[in-house]
Ligand binder design. Structure first.
Ligand code: HEM
Length: 434
């Protein structure tokens, strides 16, 4: 196997220690900001780990997101992952002008103003989930991923899109199976079945929205497609698929990874409980310190591109380690320390450039409401297992990094749970029937 000439020990990337990859990231970054590597699946790629170089790469229009266009010239065949080509044409898989067009169509749902209007409903979902967990007893271990960190963002994105409540359990299970990591070149039968389920479900959902329009983002996109041909059927399906994935898995990991970071730094957690006004800054530190998306999605050079002092050849795959860049000592003071009072911003956990996270205002608000409610209501919360038993085994570990389970003991609540319940769904309609 070919080794990286700038770091001979680094002959493959992506098969690192999932529970604590940070020492390796630091070692590789201190050797050089850009490396030629071989991915765990055998494909060659260029890996960017320095902060300045990562920003430059994410901002460079010669790094294309359109795998098919970029690699058509090279003859390189890259395996099409699940769920396949029908869902592979969303804004994160294309370049301008298609990117601009697709992003604009979804953008109105994610403006700070539209997102702020969702706050009461998100608070209500948080209240209900925490009440259900607390009902299981102050001293009973509960899984915070299954009971809180996953259902909150999943419910929010389903309501925004107009996915009816009775359909969500199947859909949630399929996405969990689809995003579960696997060894070897072929996805397991479970992932293939999940992929088929999602393709069939979302295709049928479009037909339902055409027949019975709702007050939701899927209806808006269907109307745009029918009214002025603003997007094709493939783009419509791909966009909805990408919004479901991007809209829940990442935020689940932010709530989980952030909670672990806080529980491991009790003095900072106490400060936060005493002054929840510190939460927005604490969330930025959680994003920097343990990025839910540790690496960008792939990019492809359309010509020779110099990044830092390295010239990457044309038609090469490039992957940017957001997590490594987020701990670059050239950018952050004492970067390996978790510090919710940190004032040196500029982390790349939400990306950079034209593909900067569209859902950032929503993710930040969900995390603020969720983490504030969780930690202020349960100030005595603690891990139910030794930290060494926590495993970041959800997601592929490269583009998605999250805990499979987060067992905690909530302890006695500090105040009574809110009894506020809202019968309306996130888009303002009385029932989320789609
Ligand atoms: C903590 C939660 C989140 C994190 C860490 C996160 C992270 C990211 C990152 C790193 C990118 C850029 C990927 C790249 O350039 O390769 C991205 C793009 C994107 N994210 Fe997020 N995301 C989060 C939540 C959300 C939510 C809640 C939504 C939507 C409901 C969302 C929708 C998107 C979309 C649509 C893009 C593609 C934007 C484009 O291509 O122009 N994300 N996200």
């Amino acid at each position: 196997m070919k080794t990286c000439p700038r770091h001979p020990a680094l002959n493959s990337w992506g098969d690192h220690d999932r529970d604590n990859p940070f020492p390796l990231f630091a070692e590789v970054r201190s050797a050089a900001p850009v490396h030629e590597v071989r991915l765990a699946d055998g494909h060659p790629a260029w890996l960017v780990v320095g902060h300045d170089e990562a920003k430059a790469a994410l901002n460079d229009p010669r790094l294309s997101k359109d795998m098919h266009a970029a690699l058509a010239h090279s003859g390189e065949v890259v395996a099409e992952g699940l769920p396949g080509p029908a869902f592979a044409r969303h804004m994160l898989a294309v370049d301008p002008p298609h990117h601009t067009r697709l992003r604009r169509l979804a953008m109105p749902a994610f403006t700070p103003k539209r997102v702020a209007a969702l706050e009461p409903r998100i608070r209500s979902i948080v209240d209900d989930l925490l009440a259900a967990l607390a009902a299981r007893g102050a001293d009973e271990p509960v899984d915070l991923v299954a009971g809180f960190a996953f259902p909150l963002p999943f419910t929010v994105i389903c309501e925004l899109l107009g996915i009816p409540e009775p359909d969500r359990a199947d859909l949630g299970r399929w996405f969990a199976d689809l995003l579960a990591p696997y060894a070897g070149p072929q996805p397991p039968a479970r992932a293939v079945a999940a992929s088929d389920g999602i393709v069939g479900y979302l295709t049928a959902l479009l037909d339902r929205k055409r027949a019975e329009p709702g007050v939701d983002l899927v209806t808006d996109l269907v109307v745009a497609a029918e009214r002025d041909g603003a997007l094709t059927e493939q783009e419509l399906l791909s966009t909805i698929f990408q919004l479901v994935v991007a809209g829940h898995d990442t935020t689940t990991s932010l709530i989980g990874n952030g909670t672990v970071a806080l529980l491991r730094h009790p003095a900072q957690r106490d400060a936060l409980v005493a002054d929840p006004g510190l939460m927005p800054r604490a969330i930025e530190e959680c994003l920097r310190w343990d990025a839910p998306v540790p690496h960008s999605t792939f990019r492809y050079t359309t010509e020779e591109v110099r990044i830092g002092d390295v010239v990457i050849p044309a038609f090469a795959q490039v992957i940017v380690s957001l997590a490594a860049a987020n701990r670059d000592p050239a950018r952050f003071r004492d970067p390996e320390s978790f510090d919710i009072h940190r004032t040196d911003g500029g982390h790349l956990a939400l990306g950079h450039g034209i593909h900067f996270c569209l859902g950032a205002p929503l993710a930040r608000m969900e995390a603020r409401i969720a983490l504030t409610a969780l930690h202020t209501r349960f100030p005595a919360m603690r891990l139910a297992v030794d930290p060494s038993q926590l495993h970041w085994d959800h997601g592929d570990g490269l583009v998605l990094r999250g805990l499979g389970q987060l067992p905690v003991v909530l302890g006695a609540p500090s105040v009574n749970f809110s009894t506020h319940h809202s019968a309306t769904c996130i888009t303002g309609s009385r029932r989320c029937s789609g």
